[in-house]
Design a binder for this molecule. Structure first.
Ligand SMILES: *[C@@H]1O[C@H](CO)[C@@H](O)[C@H](O)[C@H]1NC(C)=O
Ligand SMILES: *[C@@H]1O[C@H](CO)[C@@H](O)[C@H](O)[C@H]1NC(C)=O
Ligand SMILES: *[C@@H]1O[C@H](CO)[C@@H](O)[C@H](O)[C@H]1NC(C)=O
Length: 370
């Protein structure tokens, strides 16, 4: 009984401190599982803060074209031309799915794990497959509001966004099999992807460099386990660092990720945290579920507007202006992260993620592989 009260007291303190801190520093959730990072601005990848207008402003916002690109002649014209981009992506995906040489890297059974990644809006007949590190939190907020648990996006507490008991955003896995099939067959389905290597860099930065203190398990459990198994020279500098579980290097991370077979045992140990670096194929089974739209982070402005329209919710929510160029692929960044990585390790990594590159039309990054 006594330590119930102690625990309660401790929780109270933590809550107070958190409230204090969030008041003075502007925290924003990114696309992880309940993760928070200090909001940098749009020049920092992985910490995007796309605001979504609330339902209350829908009458005003719906009269405005959703695609805010000034070069777009009109919303409708922009929409139809973007539809051809979407169609092209879907054609490529279907062609690559059929390629027997890539079969192991592109197909994935629609398991409970995959159904866990997919969120449901029954009110609007939408399924959204979550791909962490691709700015998914805002989409989840949109769906939470559409499902009616909160009147608008601003009123959703950050800790609720990823709490699926409380946020009224069920996972597809929580339905019975015939209900799952019915939804997969008839709902509007989408996911968002970005360059696979940029995504891995973003995962590494968020989980092991920028904000490990909010999710101590990355630093305390996962980093030391990866270092133990994959660091080449344990004797070199940083040994004291390793003892404390800090100091995971991108190089260690790449070697772990590229080890297709050796990884399984560690991954089981790491549990659901690995969703931040699993492939899109493993998360969403894009060859085995017929998604209507695959949005690209690199063209988020056009894709977000298109998805809202295609899902029939553009009158209810809109994305605000996204500063141009901010979601664009940054080759310099990829180059700098891979500058210390051996070609052999880089190629093994690519081999592991080749399905994602090929299915979604991302160019093979020859500049880090050859
Ligand atoms: C973002 O931060 C950089 C430096 O960190 C600064 O130069 C830039 O003006 C900022 N941009 C915005 C939109 O605040
Ligand atoms: C695919 O995986 C299976 C079993 O893991 C293996 O036997 C087969 O050789 C693989 N095929 C290709 C094309 O890599
Ligand atoms: C690309 O990344 C590099 C290295 O991280 C950074 O210095 C540069 O500002 C980035 N460029 C853009 C356009 O964001």
């Amino acid at each position: 009984m006594r330590h119930h009260w102690l625990l309660l007291g401790a929780c109270g303190w933590v809550l107070l401190i958190l409230m204090f801190v969030t008041k003075y520093i502007n925290f924003r959730a990114t696309d992880g599982y309940g993760e928070r990072v200090v909001s940098q601005n749009w020049t920092e990848s992985g910490t995007r803060t796309i605001k979504v207008q609330s339902l209350e402003t829908k009458t005003k916002s719906s009269s405005r074209p959703a695609a805010q690109s000034s070069s777009a002649p009109s919303s409708a014209a922009a929409s139809s031309s973007w539809q051809s981009v979407i169609d092209q992506r879907n054609r490529l995906l279907r062609a690559v799915c059929k390629d027997p040489a890539l079969r192991n890297l592109t197909h994935n059974p629609v398991s409970k794990f995959v159904l866990d990644r997919i969120f449901v809006s029954d009110a609007h007949k939408i399924l959204f497959c979550q791909t962490p590190k691709v700015g998914n939190t805002q989409w989840k907020k949109v769906l939470i509001v559409l499902n009616g648990a909160f009147p608008n996006v601003e009123e959703i507490p950050e800790n609720i966004v990823h709490n699926h008991e409380k946020n009224g955003l069920p996972r597809l896995s929580s339905y019975r099999p015939p209900e799952i099939t019915h939804r997969l067959d008839s709902y509007f389905k989408f996911l968002i992807v970005r360059d696979p290597f940029e995504r891995l860099i973003s995962a590494f930065k968020d989980k092991f460099v920028l904000n490990p203190r909010f999710e101590p398990w990355y630093k305390l459990d996962i980093a030391p386990a990866i270092i133990r198994k994959y660091r080449r020279f344990h004797g070199d500098h940083g040994a004291a660092e390793d003892e404390r579980g800090a100091g995971l290097r991108f190089e260690d991370f790449v070697r772990y990720l590229g080890d297709a077979e050796g990884r399984h045992r560690l991954d089981r140990q790491f549990g659901a945290h690995i969703i931040h670096w699993l492939s899109y194929v493993e998360l969403c089974a894009p060859c085995d579920i017929d998604y209507d739209v695959i949005g690209h982070h690199e063209t988020l402005e056009r894709d977000a507007a298109h998805i809202l329209r295609a899902a029939g919710i553009d009158g209810l929510v809109t994305y605000p202006h996204i500063p141009p160029g901010i979601t664009r692929y940054n080759r310099t960044k990829v180059q700098s992260y891979f500058s210390g990585i051996g070609k052999r390790d880089a190629r093994r990594l690519f081999a592991r993620y080749q399905g994602d590159f090929t299915l979604f039309g991302y160019e093979r990054p020859g500049f880090v592989l050859d």
